[in-house]
Design a protein around this ligand. Structure first.
Ligand SMILES: Nc1nc(=O)c2c([nH]1)NC[C@@H]1CN(c3ccc(C(=O)N[C@@H](CCC(=O)O)C(=O)O)cc3)C=[N+]21
Length: 292
């Protein structure tokens, strides 16, 4: 049976370290990192997620600002809010919850956030830096996944990594990170031929397709490390259930290690958001990022 990679524990450890760092920033630099979260619309799942983020932000000693706008908010209003957050010295990180309603241009909004306050790593400047000098802010889900992989496997050099999913949010930045970690990286997607065979070549398999339990145990190389990024809400036996993109039961009989859903990548995503906010606060304040 596979080792379960406990995302909750990894996230708690990261938050404990952040709390220490935040208290040092307070005492040595009079700096309190602040995170602003902007939510447009009333999607209940998003609301829970935003509430969790705010709670954890405060728990590590940072400031949390929440802005909830109606679903029918126009683009100009949202861009005005972003401009005011860009100019606000108490705000070091700005996250605009995605997806946005269809009448708002997501690309425009993402790139209206100052790249120095982007904590998702979605701004073109940070995308560019991830793929060149690696110096920018890294998207939270891939960053959290990489941290768990390194903690599980140590040096990743030479390993075959297959990422199923080519989104800007997960698949592509995950590929960039694994490439930087010296893996041989393949990105697979809905048009990939012989997906099952390809998955079976992976020492590291990252599932980020958004299709419940798509990846089966017999697609997995024995002993492989599986990172399940999917968070799918499904109805089963009259109850709502959260499942990943990997069929956990069959996969855990073959894999060497696997992240569960819930309790895997999700909690690490939020912890990495807090990490990125601290990074940006230090960057803005001119505090050496290699300092502590
Ligand atoms: N600009 C932006 N950045 C994001 O990072 C972003 C976003 N928009 N829009 C929505 C998605 C979704 N997302 C989640 C993060 C953690 C959990 C999480 O912690 N999930 C728990 C379960 C929570 C539950 O029970 O519902 C877990 O997996 O254990 C879920 C979802 C970040 N997103």
């Amino acid at each position: 049976m596979a080792t379960v990679i406990n995302g909750k524990e990894h996230a708690q450890q990261l938050r404990d370290n952040l709390a220490i760092e935040v208290s040092k920033l307070k005492s040595d630099h009079a700096l309190v990192p602040g995170l602003a979260v902007v939510l447009v619309g009333e999607d209940p799942a998003s609301q829970i997620y935003v509430r969790n983020k705010a709670k954890q932000t405060v728990e590590v000693g940072m400031k949390s600002f929440e802005h909830r706008l109606d679903t029918d908010t126009d683009e100009v209003t949202l861009l005005d809010l972003i401009a005011s957050l860009n100019a606000d010295d108490a705000v070091h990180g700005i996250l605009v919850q995605l997806p946005l309603p269809p009448h708002i241009d997501e690309f425009k909004v993402i790139n209206a956030v100052s790249h120095d306050k982007d904590v998702d790593g979605f701004h073109l400047m940070n995308v560019g830096r991830l793929n060149t000098d690696g110096g920018g802010v890294v998207p939270c889900t891939p960053l959290g996944s990489l941290m768990m992989l390194k903690s599980q496997l140590g040096d990743l050099t030479g390993l075959n990594a297959v990422i199923v999913g080519r989104s800007n949010i997960v698949g592509k930045p995950m590929a960039a990170l694994l490439l930087k970690a010296n893996c041989t990286v393949t990105i697979a997607h809905s048009r990939t031929k012989n997906l099952e065979e390809l998955c079976r070549t992976a020492d590291i398999l990252v599932a980020a397709v958004g299709r419940p339990r798509m990846i089966q145990g017999d697609w997995i190389k024995p002993g492989a490390t599986v990172i399940d990024v999917g968070i799918n809400r499904i109805e089963e036996n009259g109850a709502t259930k959260l499942v990943g993109d990997v069929d956990y039961l069959s996969a855990s009989e073959v894999a060497g290690a696997i992240t569960p859903v819930p309790g895997g990548v999700g909690p690490m995503t939020i912890a990495c958001l807090l990490h990125n906010t601290v990074q940006q606060a230090k960057r803005i304040a001119g505090i050496d990022l290699s300092d502590q």
